[in-house]
Design a protein around this ligand. Sequence first.
Ligand SMILES: [Zn+2]
Length: 195
Amino acid sequence: MRDPMVQLFKLSKCLNVYLDATADRGYGLFAAKPVARGSTLIVDEDGDYYDGVMTLVEALSRGHDLSQDLFQVDHDAFLLPNGNIDDFINHSCRPNTGLRLTPLGYRMVALADIAAGDELTYDYSTYIGDTPERLVCACGAADCRGVIGPFRDLPRERRLYYLANDVVGRFAVPEADRRALAAATGAADKAGAPA
Ligand SMILES: [Zn+2]
């Protein structure tokens, strides 16, 4: 039995969201109340998020399917669905949230103003690094890419948008994007510095 305070803390992560059936994609996660762009919807940092992390070789040797079962959290570190609510978030090529991994877990951040009852989505490609993972996409977005693949294959403007919002797995970021982001951040720092 877990510490009741830990259980209570876990429940507090669900104040802004609820699980429900979607029309055509099984269960999904939905907003329980209006959320402003830039707000944090979920903070899961109670420390057990990375429990059970495994290498790709370990995962495949245990019969897990890369595209169906595994969530990449580092260069060669993958998580299985573990019962946390992020297991239920569906993909969109035009998502209204992003995930931000932190040393203790993750945060779900609103990328748009969200109304109560809206389904919450993120772009799975933001957590696909250098692996053969590919999924067919039929998310319904006007600019649906048709395939969910590595972050590096996204259009550059889309990559920089996600990077600017800090909702990309660090392991997935191409070197050229790192430099572009560092240059942009450096320029902003200089612009903001006192004369
Ligand atoms: Zn799509």
